[in-house]
Write a protein that binds this ligand. Structure first.
Ligand code: SF4
Length: 410
């Protein structure tokens, strides 16, 4: 097995959409793991220990010793401990739903090469028994909620787990459950369940796409998946896509016009197909493309900054020091000097309550909710435009008004 496979399960969303990406990306350096990635790695180690202890794979002494070691890491924090315990509890409770005690294994490497050339991956947790195999993935990130439904990475891991354990369990395994635990975003664990046949059929469908991506064939295809591509800042196909908005630069949005103008513009559009008037459908299309452009432009700026610092010349641009705030070089000495001048020490400090989030992080989500849940209110946020696939419920002006009435009445 290669140390870095060209195609990985976690990047599948990218290479299934842009089959040129893997070979294109291979020319750029790997880069260092971000602090978030390092935090995720530490949390995964903690999750592994918690799960192994819950399933009696290690005794309490070993568990405490290993956990104490992990707690010494500078990236450790109390919230991490709570989320890992949540993960361990979920697994344990799930194991009780099997009619017989399941086989369990943590951090298990599986071979994916039957579906993606040279592919392999690591399943956070596998449980097998009662005609079922369950793969569970822990996600420490709290930026974007990852869905377990139609999740290519989870399905690939499940295929790898089936390949590994089918020789032992044979066709007694009938169903496959894939679950994602992401407790920093939600304590609702999302699962997808497929029959073994459905999963194998999905695997057959991705084989030709994976082969094409491995060979570097097909077209560059920019889209939201560019976000984590290593070549995203300098990919020409992405930049050409971004500049395609030029076609619409003189266009008028029908919805922005008033009364008669609106009717006239809509009629003109209908009669003449005037490309300078945008319909709501075109607005929808441009919103999507505009979001890609903003992201692309930010990536371009990041690239240009780093390139200039690396000694490149980007004509017309330079790097300067940004705005900065004054800070004490020796706070203790400064405060002493102020007090020596006769100002009371109490005048130099202010007592400030910690934020709700900081306290929740310190106490842990569950205990925090039990302790002070009844004192927390969350007003409805401002109307915000987002994609229709966003999981949040639609904004309702009526609901907002009603909320106010209930609060006042109470
Ligand atoms: S930036 Fe986008 S279009 Fe370019 S190679 Fe990467 S995924 Fe493909």
């Amino acid at each position: 097995m290669a140390a870095h496979a060209l195609l990985s399960a976690s990047s599948m969303h990218r290479w299934e959409n842009c089959t040129r990406a893997p070979r294109f990306e291979a020319q750029f350096p790997q880069g260092e793991a971000s602090v978030y990635a390092q935090e995720g790695t530490l949390a995964h180690k903690m999750c592994e220990e918690v799960a192994n202890y819950n399933f009696h794979k290690i005794d309490k002494r070993t568990f405490n010793r290993r956990m104490n070691k992990l707690r010494e890491d500078e990236l450790y924090n109390e919230e991490m401990e709570h989320t890992c315990l949540f993960y361990g509890n979920y697994l344990f409770e799930k194991s009780l739903t099997f009619s017989e005690k399941p086989f369990t294994v943590q951090e298990d490497m599986v071979d994916l090469s039957d579906w993606i050339p040279e592919g392999f991956g690591t399943c956070d947790s596998i449980m097998i028994g009662s005609g079922k195999i369950q793969i569970t993935d822990y996600k420490h990130g709290k930026g974007v909620q990852v869905s377990a439904k139609n999740n290519s990475q989870m399905r690939l891991y499940a295929l790898g787990a089936l390949k590994k354990y089918m020789p032992i369990y044979g066709d007694s395994i009938k169903t496959v459950v894939m679950a994602i635990v992401q407790p920093r975003i939600t304590e609702d664990v999302e699962e997808e369940e497929l029959t073994v046949e459905e999963l194998l059929a999905w695997g057959e469908n991705i084989k030709p796409i994976a082969q094409k991506a491995y060979n570097g064939e097909g077209d560059f295809n920019p889209g939201s998946w560019c976000r984590f591509c290593k070549g995203k800042s300098v990919c020409k196909a992405r930049s050409e896509n971004a500049t395609a908005l030029e076609d619409f630069k003189d266009a008028v949005i029908i919805g922005k016009l008033d009364g008669d103008d609106k009717t006239k513009a809509a009629t003109d559009k209908l009669l003449t197909g005037d490309p300078n008037i945008l319909t709501d459908e075109e607005v929808a299309d441009l919103l999507k493309r505009g979001a890609d452009i903003v992201q692309w432009y930010e990536d371009l700026c990041t690239y240009a900054l780093e390139a200039i610092l690396d000694g490149h010349t980007i004509p017309g641009y330079k790097v300067v020091a940004g705005k900065s705030n004054r800070t004490w070089s020796d706070e203790e000495a400064a405060f002493k000097a102020i007090m020596d001048s006769g100002i009371e020490e109490t005048m130099l400090y202010e007592r400030k309550a910690k934020t709700l989030s900081a306290l929740e992080k310190m106490i842990g989500k569950k205990d925090f909710e039990a302790m002070v849940g009844q004192y927390i209110t969350k007003p409805m946020g401002k109307p915000t435009l987002t994609g229709s696939d966003d999981k949040r419920p639609d904004y309702s002006e009526a609901k907002k008004d009603f909320e106010g009435v209930v609060e006042n009445a109470g």
